[in-house]
Design a binder for this molecule. Structure first.
Ligand code: NI
Length: 378
């Protein structure tokens, strides 16, 4: 395919994906479209037990093996852009740019396919479902398709950089994400006779305040840690002290150690305060993805390739947002690159836009990353 045709192919695919967003684990039409386009390009698709998403493969030599990953799911958001190719489904939108990642990886597939005979190994192209769930990465890992993979690369749109700029740094670039639900139980009673019950409202107030000391007193002041209570529910009316109270929220950190520290202190405060107030407590802790930590050596290689490709490199601004690419990085050295898609409203906003002008360079970068990585591997 000529460059100009490939550019059109990528942009058209991107716009089709954008117009047809599907939520996590519901990416049926997206997967069918990907199959159709990959088969047309004679790209091999692995036979894996994946209801949505797929893994394709390019290369004739068995080893080494490298991987490129795109996520394919959209978000439950009502699109409010004026784009001609805006979402055709109310309440669903590609508001995180996963349509961009998918189209760029397809473009990379076409570029790599053209060089298949010369490739000194194999490239696995991961079109992953349900990044937003999150946890689609685990489904891919569970298939075993990435066994013996030496390095994995992924791009993510960034509305913080102009087209032609990349945010690329070694070390932590995205946060570890945990969520919690805490249920305090006391004894309800008439508001006029608090001594006859066991009021949990002052306990909730103390607990929320005490949680703030995890970041301010227990963490290293130079670390980026976070504890947010986002939902508090208790009581029905003004003159009755409630029996129970429920809190929800999230904790974030950039290292595995800090993640542990936050959880330990959180549980100690919940249990200690509940005991002091004579109440019961139940904590439901849900672990999300670990921090996204870029491998130093492979980040260097990525930077060299990107510079050869004419990209301007910026230090990636770390975010406490989560990214399930981190699950791959627990097993395989990986690099997560933020690709400038033009200044726009933030991701997960109904007005987020990724500039299609960034697509072709992103596709070429992915293809060259895979090729160069294969070139340096034994
Ligand atoms: Ni995303």
């Amino acid at each position: 395919m000529q460059d100009i045709m490939l550019r059109d192919f990528i942009v058209e695919t991107f716009q089709w994906l954008h117009a047809h967003p599907e939520l996590s684990y519901e990416e049926q039409a997206t997967t069918a479209k990907l199959k159709e386009l990959l088969q047309k390009e004679q790209v091999k698709i692995l036979n894996l037990p994946l209801p949505t998403g797929l893994v394709a493969e390019i290369g004739e030599k068995n080893t080494p093996l490298v991987a490129l990953r795109a996520d394919i799911d959209a978000l439950p958001i009502d699109e409010e852009t004026e784009l001609s190719y805006a979402s055709q489904t109310k309440g669903k939108m590609h508001a995180c740019g996963h349509d961009f990642h998918t189209a760029a990886l397809l473009g990379a597939a076409v570029l790599l396919k053209e060089k298949e005979k010369e490739l000194p190994g194999r490239v696995r192209l991961v079109f992953q479902p349900a990044e937003e769930a999150p946890g689609g990465a685990k489904k891919i890992l569970d298939t075993g398709a990435l066994k013996n993979t030496k390095v994995i690369f992924a791009l993510h749109t960034s509305p913080l950089y102009p087209v032609g700029t990349l945010g690329l740094s070694p070390g932590a670039v995205m946060g570890a994400v945990d969520s919690f639900k805490v249920i305090f139980s006391g004894k309800g009673c008439h508001a006029a006779h608090p001594n006859e019950g066991r009021d949990i409202i002052p306990l909730v107030a103390q607990f929320i305040s005490a949680l703030q000391t995890i970041v301010s007193r227990n963490s290293n002041p130079f670390a980026a840690n976070l504890v947010s209570v986002t939902k508090v529910t208790a009581g029905n009316t003004w003159n009755v002290l409630p029996e129970t109270a429920e809190l929800e929220g999230t904790t974030r950190s950039l290292t595995v150690e800090d993640r542990e520290l936050i959880k330990t202190r959180f549980l100690a405060l919940a249990q200690g305060l509940a005991k002091a107030f004579g109440a019961e407590v139940e904590v439901v802790w849900k672990a999300g993805p670990p921090p996204t930590i870029n491998d130093e050596t492979w980040t260097k290689l990525a930077a060299t390739v990107a510079q050869e490709d004419g990209f301007v490199l910026e230090k990636a601004t770390p975010s406490l947002g989560g990214e399930d690419f981190a699950y791959y990085q627990e097993k395989i050295p990986g690099v997560f690159i933020k690709v400038g898609t033009g200044l726009s409203a933030p991701q997960h906003s109904s007005k987020f836009i990724a500039d299609p002008a960034a697509l072709f360079p992103a596709a070429r970068l992915l293809a060259r990353l895979a090729e160069k990585a294969l070139g340096v591997l034994p």
